[in-house]
Design a protein. Sequence first.
Length: 433
Amino acid sequence: MKIRVLKDMTQEEKEFVIKRAEQDISRQMELAREIAADIKAHGDEAVLQYTAKFDGVTLKKETLRVTAEEIEAGYNRLDAETRDAIAYAAKNIRNFHEKQMPEELWFTNVDAGLMVGEKTTPITDVCLYVPRGKGSFPSVLLMLGIPALVAGVPKICVVTPPNEEGGCDDAILATAKIIGITEIYKVGGIQAVAAVAYGTDTIPKCHKIIGPGNSYATAAKRVLAGQIDSGLPAGPSEVIILADEHADPEKVALDVMIEAEHGPDSAALLVTHSRQLVDKVLPIIEKQLPKLSEKRQDFIRTNFETYGGVILTESLEESIDFVNEYAPEHMEVMTKDPFAVLEKIKNAGEILLGDYTPVTLCNFVLGPNAILPTGGFAKTYSSVSVMDFLKRSSVGYASREGFVNVRKYASKIARVEGFDAHALAVEERSTEK
């Protein structure tokens, strides 16, 4: 596990860690342009061709959409314990997101006869992208579907790559039934993004697509950014464990491995000023690694020698400064007083406090949304929330008296900015009752 001493790092070394895995997806974007143009021209036919080519599955136009019977069958096939876990997670996630809902309409008086406010409404439709990869990700559907439902989006559809049999994974189907989503399409990658951006005979055109995907889906979102809102930017997973000398080495060792197992381009860092803690953590990691599959072990070992590892600072304050500069997707605070540290953290997708709040809990069951900004975007972006599915309209009202009182100010600014019609509209406006 690579140990970097912050004060001894060169600018180049520091930039390497801060930038993480900046993936060049220019080749994928070129392919995305070709496929998007084909799907725009040929619709379902092109979608089916690319699904056969990239997913190795032959579907028909009639089988692109998951039927109600398929959803019910998938729910029934899934074991009861997994269904219970999904239902429990759904309850907590719903409770959390219901607290986020703003007032539907509010007003305030800014001056005599002048009233302003905001009206909040759900977006008209959204496509939720649920990846598949080597496994099933019901947690992604929970984290996307529930805030969309809480926000009141009238039309919600899901795209997810088909499995080897040309169906959807049972955990996804069961999750859809549990939370109440009925429209699912068996399509992923570039062809999925292009299909909902343009619309086909079978797959509806949507105004927004949101959800994590591989480099091809990401490339398609970038290419089609002018056609569809692609939501939160998401890249390889990352975590910082911020710890001091009071942290439990066993828990630190377990938790620093969590995001590192996602892949070789993920980033898992232990940031601490305690060399003693580091010396205790390293052998524990070596003891725990053999309990994982060889693939996950390889991912973690690669991670710890590239974008991850240890950042050794000289003080807790320096550690906090590094965290704020890095702006991690996930972070855990394992210090003597985590709530005191919380006040000082400015940039992080999520902040988990104490010895018993590993990222695992938030990824699946705790309630806060686990789809978070990566790559330093936590400096300007937030986690997925009901706000991703809502829009605000400003509202204003001026009475006759209010207009009379304010017209001279509006006219003056309009004239200063050279907008004659703006000025004329208030200067020449009759105020006769």
